[in-house]
Ligand binder design. Sequence first.
Ligand SMILES: [Zn+2]
Length: 254
Amino acid sequence: MDYELARQMLRLPSLLEVPSVMVIEPHPDDNEVGAGALVKQWCDQGVAVTYLTVTDGRCGSEDPTVSVDDVIRVRREERRAANRILGVKASYNLGFEDGGAWTEHQSMQALVPLIRQFRPALVLTVDPWTPYESHPDHVKTGKAVAASIIYAKNGVAFRGQGDPWEVPQIAFYGSAYANVFVDVTATWDTKLAAIKAHASQFDGPSWPLLEQFFTSQAHKLYQEHYDSNTAGRSEAFKVLTALQMHFFPDAVRS
Ligand SMILES: [Zn+2]
């Protein structure tokens, strides 16, 4: 069973029709790189968007003479600047140490109550199962978010930490197994501006090359899935129903 069939059978809205989403990133900037143009589209449509950043982003500087507190402060300011560009109004940081020894379960203890509080129709995060993904914060975050969806609906797990809430769908950015391609031509330039707002990470000599790389990837996706003759842009996502998230080997091909 593929995702689209499962979604229709369960009468779930499409990615562009969801009323509320939580977008959960390992570091301050991942949401923009993975899904900034879709997020802008959601905000323009009045979708209730809540951002969660799992770590403090302290490894965002490779200069050992810069204080950790300064890096964290700068990255929080950049997160706010990117939010303003996209129109994201609700944004929280869980404060786990970037590159730290925190576990998937520890982050679930923070994530499950928040999912129960915000009751999203869809959760979007990074795909931890993309082959060769080697950043532990990305792997832990993606897996913790997926596992939190399983436990958020279970009244016995995380008892006393909010009323159970079933998230019907999950979407992943940065996926090698994308199955939904969104035409984001109209919001592409805003995505690039939001990425660049993370100035400590992107606004340097390599930005022109990076911008070109992001755009050529998005153009290639658009040509493959929409129109090979026009210069559109597309973002790609792996989307699954909650049903497909457990004991469902076919999900990788969904
Ligand atoms: Zn990251």
